[in-house]
Design a protein around this ligand. Structure first.
Ligand code: FES
Length: 158
């Protein structure tokens, strides 16, 4: 007869099986469950002079827009998604999908940013992933409303 304080071979195998099952369930969890790696990053501080992307009166409060800035280092066009939560704030994100690099857009029936390649959805309020397969949120850019213009500050090494 087994002592109550000693684990039997059966309880050890049961525990190992349960652990394995837990790992298997974790590995198969749906991609739309937010995890820490899918969360939004903080907006960086403005660096450099920034680039005027549009007059501020052309982006209404709660409005979204797609604009382009020039990469300070590369000189290449960079797609930027904008969202204006209130009169004095504008949020900016790279439009490059974290899944396989397609362009994320604003045209969606729901109030999200959307990648048409494989259906990832991002929250326009912070760039976090709402539905995969995107593994992480959109890259944030610094942005501000300066006078009559919306100004975006792409990373200086972009
Ligand atoms: S590249 Fe955007 S979801 Fe796959």
């Amino acid at each position: 007869m087994d002592s109550p304080s000693k684990p039997t071979r059966r309880t050890l195998l049961g525990a190992a099986g349960a652990t394995g099952l837990g790992a298997a369930l974790t590995a198969c969890s749906p991609s739309s469950s937010p995890g820490s790696s899918e969360q939004a990053s903080a907006a960086p501080s403005p660096d450099g002079d920034g680039q005027n992307v549009m007059p501020s009166d052309q982006l209404a409060e709660l409005g979204k827009a797609e604009v382009t800035v020039r990469g300070p280092a590369s000189g290449k066009d960079l797609g930027v998604l904008l969202y204006r939560p209130d009169a004095s704030t504008v949020l900016a994100y790279s439009n490059i999908c974290s899944h396989q690099g397609c362009a994320v857009g604003t045209e969606t029936p729901e109030a999200n940013f959307y990648c048409a390649c494989h259906g990832s959805r991002y929250d326009y309020k912070d760039g976090s992933v709402l539905a995969g397969p995107a593994p992480k949120g959109l890259t944030r850019y610094a942005a501000s409303i300066k006078g009559q213009d919306i100004v975006v500050y792409p990373p200086l090494d972009a």
